[in-house]
Design a protein around this ligand. Structure first.
Ligand code: MG
Length: 316
């Protein structure tokens, strides 16, 4: 790992016992982050952002979403953006809500897609205007057709821990939807703490419940929000359980639309700082990544909420 020395890094230590030696960061800033920002970023700026994230060492960069532009105007340029970044990084997943979205993504050469399910009825209704089972039925042909084309399929699962309308989400309810997504052919799942209410104990309980029902840990990624300041603690709990795929958003882009809080996605820089300090390899150059987030904050006209970005950029 090459890093600009003056930016500073935590003290290097050998990988701690019981933790993975390497973690794959699934970077969601360009999609989940920008989708939840008030400002709409020009296509060329998004392309530069993605290329800079790749240059910083991120290998899985979610690009955009092929939803109807009416629903997510910030990502209405998916058709124009994807060709500009198609070779930027080894893995460039895109979100597809339905078969029409899948057709659009595949026609542009996408080889990794993601579908977006909910663990709760309230959020399925709010986000997809369907019941949980109706949404799963909608995804089934999407996943089947994507697999037939050799695409890698990620299944996002929202509200795995708490739901703004329903409160804490019972573990069996989450396990059931996870099983359904894997059974229809998803290669990996991303367990989303959409309102950021999870705690490390809850994370361990859910991962154990999933294992008990035959969901293997290597198929699981985690997606934490920092609304209550628990995102890194929850990540550490997941790593101790054997999880090696962690979602994060460069600079902490994207507030939390359901909690009216400035802190949404776990910031990639905060994650890299912790992992580096644990002796866990990410392949990410923290200096380059921080510079990218400082640049993007300038494009958005507001400072990054990432503590690490703030600390490192104030050092300069
Ligand atoms: Mg998120």
């Amino acid at each position: 790992m090459t890093t600009t020395p003056e930016l500073g890094l935590p003290m290097p230590v050998p990988a701690a016992e019981g933790l993975p030696t390497r973690v794959r960061i699934h970077e969601v800033g360009a999609r989940d982050g920008l989708q939840n920002e008030k400002a709409t970023v020009p296509t060329e700026t998004k392309a530069e952002f993605i290329h800079r994230l790749a240059a910083a060492g991120l290998t899985t960069i979610e690009v955009t979403s092929f939803v109807h532009p009416k629903w997510v105007p910030q990502l209405a340029d998916a058709e124009n953006l994807f060709p500009l970044v198609r070779d930027a990084a080894p893995h460039l997943p895109v979100l597809v809500p339905n078969e029409r979205g899948l057709d659009r993504a595949l026609s542009l050469g996408a080889t990794r897609i993601a579908v977006f399910a909910s663990a709760t009825e309230s959020f399925a209704k709010a986000n997809l205007n369907r019941t949980v089972d109706e949404a799963l039925a909608m995804f089934e042909p999407v996943v089947t057709r994507a697999k037939a084309q050799d695409a890698h399929v990620r299944g996002y699962l929202s509200m795995c821990f708490g739901d703004p309308w329903e409160g804490p989400v019972p573990l069996p309810q989450v396990v059931r939807v996870c099983r359904a997504l894997l059974d229809m052919g998803c290669d990996e799942l991303s367990l989303g703490d959409t309102i950021g209410v999870a705690t490390p104990g809850h994370v361990q309980a859910l991962l154990t419940a999933l294992n008990d029902e035959g969901v293997p840990t290597p198929s699981l990624g985690v997606h934490f929000h920092d609304t209550y300041g628990q995102a890194l603690s929850n990540t550490l709990a997941a790593l101790q359980h054997g999880v090696t795929t962690v979602d994060a958003s460069a600079g902490g882009l994207g507030g939390c639309p359901y909690a009216k809080s400035a802190t949404g996605n776990l910031a990639t820089e905060d994650l890299v700082w912790m992992l580096t300090g644990l002796g866990i390899d990410t392949g990410v150059d923290l200096g380059l990544l921080t510079a990218t987030s400082v640049w993007m904050a300038g494009q958005l006209g507001r400072p990054s909420p990432s503590r690490t970005v703030r600390a490192l950029s104030h050092k300069e």
